[in-house]
Structure formats: structure tokens, C-alpha cells
Design a protein around this ligand. Structure first.
Ligand SMILES: [Mg+2]
Length: 383
């Protein structure tokens, strides 16, 4: 089998959000997002099997002529730690589409081809905004009622003690039954935000530990391995991070230096991990006695194409206690982030998501809802 054509397609009409979205990591000066684009790869083969993947910026010609069953060679050439260009080729969306084709060719879901360990994974609701205290309490209670067993809050206020007051109030409102996670987003660059220094970060970690928070994400920039290690050594709550780590080999020093208890690789954001790389990061973490809770990118209305492959990959490792589910009603919901897909991911009452069971990724666009698409790029094999 051979890839004969790769297309980059975009829905002509961006998906409007019900209200402008002010993500915490863009506060205080960021421009609110009013609509989400939907851009994806469609990969054709000479056998008529078509795979899809999230658009990650990679050149469509990278996959031309590739035998999808040799996805391992594709990964080593374009995404492997030794060869991945430091600027990144953005090939992970193509790797994901190749896996989709492999699964469809043999009639099995990807996670079963990779050696399934489970068919469902616990997820946490990743909220994304800074709101008034009462709004946070109402939202977390609603998420708990929906079945979420774990919810993540953002710490991004000018005064970190105000962040703590919200976490404390939410904890008191929902009791011990809910797992609370917090993300300080200190590796993001947000204009006008006063970033934490090491002393503040350590103090926050201690306060959050006392509130029974499960993990503190990104208390310092990912390059400050010394500072992260000091926090990880000083407190018992888990320190998580690393979503922007670009390649497999870039995980070596954070692991060796003990920067994190929980590694958060993203299959698509850096463009160099994909399904193969995320599993390798999980195994490196396991060998060091650490956990992996992958970051799941939400930049467009393609959530099933980033969350789905993450579930397939993580269903084959033993040290993944949960997966991120970007979900922040009323803005980030199935009606927006998963609108154009046939079967949106829906939380089951036990707080888990089922890994898709159809062959390949088990994810299909709904052509009717998708409507008109424009071709941003099309590369074909010339014979
Ligand atoms: Mg994060």
C-alpha cells in the first residue's frame, strides 16, 4: 500500500463560540477567541483507504509514497528524537492519519494493534478560564453532576492568594470526593502577566498540598529544571508539566533531573511525538517511576482528532492515571469542539471515556455538518 495524495482541508466557516473565549493562559492582555477553525489532513492510498489526522503544519509531501504499515520508519525519519529538526516538521498529524489507515486496512482499532491494556480511560475536565469565585463553584458542581471525578482549575490571577482562595472555596463546596488539579501555566508567554518566582511557586505548592490538590501543573517554566526539581523534592503533591517539550529526546533531562512527577506529553502540539512518541515518553516515565497524564491540544474544533489518538496511545501503557479532556461549558462543549464529528466523545457515568471501537482511529467527520471545505494544500504522487 502507498500514500498517493495528501490534502490539507479547512472548513470554510469557522465554528462560532457562544461567547468570546478568554483563555487563562492569554490573560490579562490576550484577544478573546470568537470562533474555532477546523483544519485536517486527508490522506489517500492506492488501495482506496483514506485516513484523517489533525493539521499540525507539516508538509503534505512528507507522507507521499509512504507505505502506511511503515509508520515506524516515517516516525523515525521525521519525528524521532535523533532526527527531528529542532524547529519541528509538524509531522504528527500525518503519523496519526497513517495509523488510521493501518487500522482501517486490518479492520481493528489502533489501540488493539498496539497491544491494548484497557478500553477506557479516566479523564479530567480541563477548564480554561478565570472567573468570579461563585461561578467557579457552580461550574465545578455542574461538572461533578455530569460525572467528572476530576476537574482542573487555572491559576492565573495577578495575586496568587486569590487563586488559592478559589481553590479553597471550590474544595469546601465539593468535598473530598472530587479530584482537584490546578494549572499555573507558567511556561506560557502572556503579555502583562506577572510570573511566579521560585519562592512563590514553592509556597503555592505547599498551600495547594494542604488543600489536597492532586497535581500542580507548570509552576515554573519548563526550562527551569533546577527550580522544578526543588519543588518536586519539597512537596508531596504531584508536580506535572512538559506539554511544550518538542521531541522525545527533550524529555531526557527533565526525567533525569526529577523535574516532574507527572509527564504531560502532547501528541500533536510540538508535532514530533504522535502516537509512537507518546507511548515512548510513557515508557521512559515508567522506567523512572513516574506517571504520564498527556496534554490534549484544543486550538481548533478538531478535539476528536487530538483526544482520540491520545486515548488510543494511552490505552496501551500502564502508568497513565488519566487523560486531559478540554471541556469548559458553555464555551468548550461537544457542540463547538466536536461539532462536525459523527460520534462526539461523551463522558460515561464512571468518569471515563471509551476508546473508539471502530477500525483505525474510529473517528469520522460528519460531512453534512462539516459542509463546504477549502483545499489549503494538495500534494499528489506523480507516476
Ligand atoms: Mg497546561
Amino acid at each position: 500500500m502507498q500514500v498517493t495524495q495528501v490534502e490539507v482541508l479547512r472548513r470554510c466557516e469557522p465554528i462560532a463560540l457562544p461567547t468570546p473565549w478568554r483563555a487563562a493562559w492569554r490573560e490579562p492582555a490576550g484577544t478573546p477567541v470568537r470562533a474555532l477553525d477546523l483544519t485536517y489532513y486527508r490522506v489517500h492510498t492506492d488501495e482506496g483507504i483514506i485516513g484523517i489526522g489533525p493539521y499540525t503544519g507539516g508538509d503534505p509531501t512528507l507522507a507521499l509514497g509512504v507505505d502506511p504499515f511503515y509508520v515506524g520508519a516515517f516516525w523515525q525519519t521525521h519525528m524521532g528524537g535523533r532526527r527531528a529538526d529542532t524547529a519541528g516538521k509538524g509531522a504528527s498529524g500525518l503519523e496519526i492519519a497513517l495509523w488510521d489507515i493501518v487500522g482501517k486496512a486490518v479492520g481493528q482499532p489502533v489501540y488493539k494493534l498496539l497491544g491494548a491494556q484497557t478500553d477506557r480511560l479516566r479523564v479530567y475536565a480541563a477548564t480554561s478560564r478565570i472567573m468570579e469565585l461563585d461561578a467557579h463553584i457552580r461550574q465545578v458542581q455542574a461538572l461533578q453532576a455530569e460525572g467528572f471525578r476530576a476537574v482542573k482549575l487555572r491559576l492565573h490571577r495577578p495575586d496568587p492568594w486569590e487563586d488559592l482562595a478559589v481553590v479553597k472555596a471550590v474544595r469546601e463546596a465539593v468535598g473530598e470526593g472530587l479530584t482537584l488539579l490546578v494549572d499555573a501555566n507558567q511556561n506560557n508567554a502572556s503579555a502583562g502577566y506577572r510570573y511566579w518566582d521560585r519562592r512563590t511557586a514553592l509556597q503555592m505548592a505547599r498551600e495547594l498540598e494542604a488543600l489536597g490538590v492532586y497535581f500542580l501543573e507548570e509552576p515554573l517554566p519548563r526550562t527551569d529544571l533546577e527550580g522544578l526539581s526543588a519543588i518536586t523534592t519539597a512537596v508531596n503533591l504531584y508536580v506535572a508539566g512538559g506539554e511544550h517539550t518538542p521531541t522525545l529526546f527533550d524529555w531526557r533531562e527533565p526525567i533525569r533531573r526529577g523535574a516532574y512527577d507527572i509527564l504531560q506529553p502532547d501528541l500533536v502540539m510540538g508535532g514530533n511525538l504522535g502516537i509512537i512518541g507518546a507511548r515512548k515518553v510513557a515508557e521512559l516515565a515508567n522506567a523512572a517511576g513516574k506517571l504520564v497524564v498527556p496534554h490534549v491540544l484544543l486550538a481548533e474544533a478538531t478535539l476528536p482528532l487530538t483526544l482520540g489518538p491520545t486515548l488510543h496511545a494511552m490505552a496501551t501503557v500502564e502508568n497513565c492515571p488519566m487523560v486531559e479532556f478540554p471541556y469548559d461549558p458553555p464555551i468548550l462543549t461537544a457542540a463547538t469542539t466536536q461539532r462536525c464529528f459523527q460520534q462526539p466523545f461523551v463522558l460515561t457515568p464512571d468518569g471515563t471515556l471509551e476508546v473508539p471501537q471502530e477500525p483505525g482511529l474510529g473517528i469520522a467527520l460528519d460531512e453534512e455538518t462539516l459542509g463546504e471545505v477549502s483545499v489549503l494544500n494538495r500534494a499528489s504522487l506523480t507516476t
